[in-house]
Design a protein around this ligand. Structure first.
Ligand SMILES: [Zn+2]
Length: 193
């Protein structure tokens, strides 16, 4: 799942009732942030992204509780020529074996997913945007019962659409009307601020 969103400052963004700015600030208080990208390295540990994941999973993505997720930075990420903010992916059985994560992270359960975050984008985001991005990427991570086993699956976006198509054709399919209804609730102030 590749996410390329534009990094315009947002007005009208809001903290959800489940995640407060105070809780996020506390969760990050002892976590080292990577201020500069080290020379000659492509990937790097992302302990602050991991801390946000640890805060957000039990509140908003309970199905992922106890299923390992690895959080890493990559210096740059792009998709079709635009910077991608992050990429969520699932680990294959081969990946898990090669990484040795089943042994290293036995207490967390085998790692099923990988969240790769574009460091260049990440360090320019505000705290709310960082949380929303982690929440968004976690929403791509699904688990499905298959032959009595839990399989890792990637969940696509509810709405994959071009802005000019919606401007031209309006609510031409259900996903558009659902997104439109969510936006309208925000504008009417029906969603808790
Ligand atoms: Zn996405």
């Amino acid at each position: 799942m590749h996410d390329t969103m534009t990094t315009q400052p947002q007005t009208g963004a809001k903290w959800p009732s489940e995640i407060s700015q105070k809780a996020v600030t506390e969760a990050l208080s002892d976590v080292p942030a990577l201020a500069e990208w080290p020379e000659g390295v492509t990937f790097h540990d992302a302990p602050d992204v991991e801390a946000l994941g640890a805060l957000i999973v039990p509140k908003l993505h309970k199905h992922l509780n106890g299923h390992g997720i690895l959080f890493v930075y990559r210096e740059k990420l792009s998709f079709r020529g635009s910077p991608a903010w992050a990429i969520a992916s699932k680990l294959s059985a081969k990946d898990q074996w090669l990484l040795g994560v089943e042994r290293k992270r036995a207490t967390l359960g085998p790692a099923r997913f990988l969240l790769t975050v574009n460091w260049e984008v990440w360090h320019g985001l505000d705290l709310l945007q960082k949380c929303a991005l982690v929440d968004h990427e976690l929403a791509h991570m699904g688990l499905e019962e298959r032959d009595d086993e839990l399989a890792s699956v990637m969940i696509p976006h509810d709405l994959e659409e071009f802005v000019p198509i919606v401007a031209r054709w309006g609510n031409w399919r259900r996903a558009v009307s659902l997104m439109g209804a969510a936006m309208a609730q925000l504008e009417l102030g029906l969603v808790e601020q």
